[in-house]
Ligand binder design. Structure first.
Ligand SMILES: [Zn+2]
Length: 272
């Protein structure tokens, strides 16, 4: 990626971040920010081996999906990557589907690398990483960073251990050898334990399995049901995602029994 393109992406990430609620260092709730920006966010536990996320433009809607079977910190990164596609690429290409290869930076595709760079700049801007090291780490110059420091960064920036290491390396705060040492420390101590030991947010390290679908999708489904486009079981399944039952929305349903009776009358009438 050329330097001027990188700068363009930093400007766009910074512009998005300025609109977000930020704690001392990290964006507090990127899922909320996504909805505030007018994107339709769907979160669903699609399975561990399924795609991690996608984004697409449909009519006037920008839809972003994230798989809630990944650890929350990784789901947040996927979301940041998808926002990157929306802001950088969705004008030229109508959709992007992401998996472990595109999200972990193993893809050589320019647009995938750009979305990952956007995500890194959005979640961990260079200035804020520098400020964290300056204010929160004693004797950084002499001692460098420990795995517990990385766990604190995870909690402050709402990112995964891997992402924190990658970002620190690309910003020149650690070298590949230090990265390897920290990675080994992580394997020995386990991220969950590290987070607990620094009083961090242990939920970052487990999948949420959340089901979160924009409320207006209920309207589409009810409309389809009322027009006989989907069976009752499908309606029930969708309602279950919202923890609703048929009874809860009964006033909005056209009773199919009545429709069938009318049809019977009509067909009967024709037979006679
Ligand atoms: Zn992508």
């Amino acid at each position: 990626m050329q330097d001027n393109r990188k700068r363009e992406i930093r400007i766009k990430a910074d512009c998005f971040r300025k609109k977000c609620n930020v704690s001392r260092y990290g964006i507090i709730d990127l899922f909320k920010e996504c909805e505030q920006s007018g994107y339709k966010l769907l979160r669903y536990p699609l399975g561990e081996n399924a795609d991690l996320g996608f984004t697409l433009k449909k009519d006037n809607d920008t839809i972003i999906f994230t798989n809630t079977c990944s650890r929350v910190s990784r789901e947040i990164f996927t979301l940041a990557h998808e926002i990157g596609h929306v802001i950088l690429h969705l004008e030229e290409e109508p959709s992007f589907i992401d998996n472990h290869i595109t999200i972990t930076g193993k893809s050589t595709d320019d647009k995938e690398q750009e979305a990952n760079y956007f995500a890194a700049c959005l979640l961990m801007p260079a200035d804020d990483v520098g400020r964290f090291i300056d204010l929160e780490i004693g004797n950084f110059e002499r001692n460098g960073l420990s795995a517990m420091d990385i766990a604190r960064m995870m909690s402050e920036f709402n990112v995964s251990f891997d992402m924190a290491l990658n970002r620190l390396e690309s910003l020149g705060k650690i070298d590949p050898n230090q990265k390897l040492i920290l990675d080994n420390e992580r394997i020995e101590m386990k991220v969950g334990n590290l987070l607990r030991s620094v009083g961090g947010n242990a939920r970052l390290n487990v999948p949420s399995n959340v089901i979160d679908i924009p409320y207006e999708y209920i309207d589409y489904v009810i409309y389809n049901y009322n027009h006989n486009a989907i069976p009752r079981e499908t309606l029930e399944k969708v309602l279950a995602c919202y923890r609703l039952s048929l009874e809860d929305i009964s006033d909005r349903l056209i009773e199919h029994d009545e429709v069938e009776e009318d049809l019977d009358d009509l067909i009967g009438g024709l037979d006679e």
